[in-house]
Ligand binder design. Structure first.
Ligand SMILES: [Ca+2]
Length: 230
């Protein structure tokens, strides 16, 4: 019995390490809290055998940002990206894995890429970055009817090498991966497109078009709306 308990502890440590590794690949951070539960709903309710299994379900789900697990009933609630900024409330017997996404803020005023970058820094953050398909889709859902919205990517230093600018204090530039370029982008039109934006493509019926937002390289001096994060 004692041995079984030790094995179980090792199992939890192993599971937690696996979660940590998965999470680092997504370039975000996470934390585990006891006795808290995400509100409000909606969430997806499933039954899992352990907190580790519940957390893994969240990490393998493209739009999950938090997993709440009730220790005695084994209920596992997966919270979608649209609700990940909501506050938690104290409840007993709950354990939560919270994936900490950066707060994104969409600004409707128009600025050049450099002006937008400076504005975001004054605001206490930086021009927004994207690290996953679910994050890309989450950001697109928050855009209005703007045609173009600046993001924090640029290839100003080396043509064709796209990096997130001012990524962090430890790493000022970070190679952009994955990418979500629109049709025929980046095309470096006029050999003068070195700043990254969401662009609202429209479907004109040709093969290489899509209907909706995707990434585009644009001329940095143009004035667009923009998105910051912190
Ligand atoms: Ca372009």
């Amino acid at each position: 019995m004692e041995k079984k308990t030790v094995m179980c502890v090792l199992c939890i440590i192993y599971t937690t390490n696996t979660i940590l590794n998965s999470f680092e690949l997504r370039q975000q951070s996470y934390e585990i809290e006891i006795n808290t539960k995400f509100v409000p709903l909606p969430t997806t309710k499933i039954v899992e055998t352990s907190f580790g299994a519940c957390a893994s379900s969240c990490l393998s789900n493209g739009v999950c940002c938090a997993a709440s697990y009730h220790i005695s009933s084994k209920e596992c609630y997966l919270v979608g990206t649209d609700y990940c900024y909501n506050k938690t409330e104290i409840k007993s017997d709950w354990k939560i894995l919270r994936i900490k996404l950066l707060q994104k803020e969409y600004f409707e005023m128009k600025k050049t890429w450099n002006e937008a970058k400076e504005f975001c820094e004054t605001w206490g953050g930086r021009l927004a970055t994207v690290s996953s398909i679910s994050e890309n889709e989450y950001m697109i859902r928050r855009l209005g009817d703007a045609t173009s919205i600046w993001l924090g990517g640029t290839d100003l230093k080396s043509e064709g090498t796209w990096v997130w600018n001012n990524y962090s204090q430890e790493e000022t530039e970070k190679l952009i991966q994955p990418t979500f370029w629109g049709p025929n982008q980046p095309n470096n039109y006029y050999q003068d497109q070195h700043c990254l934006a969401f662009f609202k493509f429209y479907n004109d019926g040709s093969v290489w078009t899509l209907d909706g937002y995707a990434w585009d390289d644009e001329q940095c001096h143009l004035q667009f709306q923009f998105m910051c994060e912190k």
